[in-house]
Write a protein that binds this ligand. Sequence first.
Ligand code: ATP
Ligand code: LTN
Length: 329
Amino acid sequence: MTKKIIFSGIKPTGIPTLGSLLGAMSHWEKLSSEYNCLYSVVDLHAITIRQEPSVLRDNGRNLFAWLIALGLDPDKNTLYYQSQVPAHAELGWILNCYAYVGELNRMTQFKDKSAKNADNINAGLYTYPVLQTADIVLFQANLVPIGEDQRQHLELCRDIAERFNKIYGEIFTIPEAYVPPVGARIMGLQNPENKMSKSDDNPNDCIYLSDSTDVIIKKFKRAVTDSDNTIRTAAEKPGISNLLSIYSCVTGKKVADCEAEFDGKGYGHFKQAVGEAVAETLKPYQEKHAHLMADIATLDAIAAKGAERAANMAAPTLKIVKEAIGFIN
Ligand code: ATP
Ligand code: LTN
């Protein structure tokens, strides 16, 4: 039986955070034996926010190395840079003509990013979810692992794909979202009402995968909590709830067991324990990452191979799409 297909993407907009790891990348690795997986460093998406060329290049390679360091075997998964596979942009344009302005206006990520980048609300930022749709349907993906923040984009992807199929016949597979039960929304340490995000301006809000043990522990010690001094999950305790969910993810223990473990203990003790558990989890990945980054030529060669494989997988879908629309072959 042929394996089902998974596609997911991550933007090279900074150093990946604990949020990207717990909400997305740690699950990618688990899915990779059961599915035929494509994971892309989506640099075409990254330029919807202005990027310094040398920084974009560094971020791209670093992120690519993180994918491998976190356990994704490039022989078993198709790992590549989106910009090296032109079919993404080609299908992205086509699907722009099947997406309505009304539906794009509803996208909350567009609203958030426009507010943060008021001097550069470009057309790419607006049509970003259509390119994301193309990324997914280009490979006839069945499943798309994402964090909670991406659910709305996946709903839109399904709507656009269904609309296209209604006009031209069963061309695209309609994908399902895979949102992990815990870790799907890791919040900022300083601002637990907002998602931890790697392009954030406040480095104390985020744990970056590259942070040293000392920095990690310091950031957790400074994490914003509350004055109630009990360690439990509750809507009115976003800081502590977030720390519990992080501790649960990195230790593999249930949240209720974590609450029991710290029953009667103070916040200082708890924050130290979370920091240590996170640092310990990241350490082996950081070592592997450093090793991969020491040989950029090999890293680029692995990416080129991935891009070739992705381009071959994308070609049949792009061909039937063009034929269906009426383009001359
Ligand atoms: P940016 O800050 O540039 O918008 P980001 O960190 O929010 O980037 P990506 O790194 O591109 O987003 O997201 C990759 C994947 O990680 C997505 O599936 C996203 O849903 C997930 N993800 C990102 N941040 C978090 C978080 N804080 N909690 C859970 N999942 C997250
Ligand atoms: N929009 C996503 C990144 C992304 C993606 C994708 C995720 C681009 N293309 C395709 C899943 C599938 C983000 O902002 N995190």
